[in-house]
Ligand binder design. Structure first.
Ligand code: AHR
Length: 315
């Protein structure tokens, strides 16, 4: 029944022409440079493809996202992009979109709802990202004793859950590496700085910290500031590994103040719109997960050049 309805919706869309489509985008907010780039690229992609993009900034609040989705449904948009701030609590509103025959594509974060409730999800393997960061640190410290502090992302968000897990997977069985403190910095620079200040204070002014793992670069950049203010050298006295590969972390790496980052592409909209166009055209059902690539960058990867290559991309 649902398949028939969706195929009918696809045919209607075909008649209208993909370029006339209106897409609602419920974005989380603007907590990080990476998030800003995702927003910029989504706007650009929509414009290039001739869509009307209805943009809604949820300011980090799930209730705002739910209200935005309901408003998109009421307007009868042709598709909804949702970057879900947290993983739980989406069943009802996704069901409402499904009943209205509006395909929903998840961007960059996952939900714990049934995958029947959305068309597809575009994102990276978030556990893998954490694991790559952890493996880098394991290789970097060798057999040395290393007390690690962790700045987690937004509590209840899939990247915070999965990046924590992946990092722990990499440290499994490494008795010389211990996560001694872990707290959320909410994916923001200000959060990263203030939580790092409390870690430094609690750990002998930072003397007892060997490494920082931050779930995103923005928190690492805030922490770098705190480490400098505490009179230590980030990247040397405290090794720093984080995730996203935003331009500013490459600048910090070029200055020797950060050590490694795992890339998360901000171009989630490209694959999302490709999947939607195929769906609108003839009802093609994409894979339920469209995975983007992630790779590790270290100080050996010419961070100054990486900064130059990315600095005007909307971060
Ligand atoms: O969901 C992706 C994460 O959200 C990015 O790593 C982070 O910077 C953002 O806020």
């Amino acid at each position: 029944m649902t398949r028939t309805l969706l195929a009918g919706a696809a045919l209607l869309a075909l008649t209208a022409g993909a370029s006339a489509q209106t897409v609602g985008f419920s974005q989380i907010g603007s907590e990080s440079g990476w998030r800003a780039a995702e927003t910029t690229l989504t706007r650009q992609q929509a414009e290039e493809r001739g869509y009307t993009l209805q943009f809604s900034d949820a300011q980090q609040r799930q209730e705002n996202q739910i209200a935005a989705i309901r408003s998109f449904v009421a307007q009868g948009v042709d598709a909804i992009l949702l970057a879900p701030v947290v993983a739980t609590g989406w069943d009802s509103v996704l069901q409402e979109a499904k009943e209205a025959e509006i395909p929903v594509v998840l961007l960059d974060r996952q939900v714990d709802s049934s995958d029947d409730l959305y068309l597809t999800a575009v994102g990276s393997d978030l556990v893998h990202e954490g694991q790559v960061a952890g493996e880098w640190l394991v290789g970097e410290v060798g057999d040395a004793e290393c007390r690690v502090v962790e700045l987690q992302g937004t509590t209840g968000s899939s990247p915070a859950i999965d990046r924590a897990q992946g990092f722990r997977n990499a440290l499994e069985g490494k008795a010389n590496l211990e996560i001694v403190r872990s707290q959320t910095g909410d994916f923001t620079r200000a959060g990263g700085k203030s939580v790092m200040e409390s870690f430094l204070q609690a750990e002998g002014g930072g003397q007892n910290i060997c490494a920082l793992y931050a779930h995103n670069d923005d928190m690492a950049i805030g922490a770098i500031q705190a480490i400098k203010e505490a009179g230590l050298k980030p990247g040397e006295d405290i090794k720093i590994v984080s995730i996203d590969a935003v331009p500013d972390i490459f600048q910090a790496m070029a200055a020797g103040e950060a050590n490694a980052t795992v890339e998360l592409t901000p171009n989630m909209a490209g694959p999302a719109f490709d999947a939607l166009e195929a769906f609108w055209e003839n009802g093609t059902q994409p894979e339920k997960f469209i995975q983007t690539e992630s790779r590790l960058y270290t100080q050996a990867d010419d961070p100054a050049a990486e900064y130059e290559a990315r600095k005007d991309l909307g971060y």
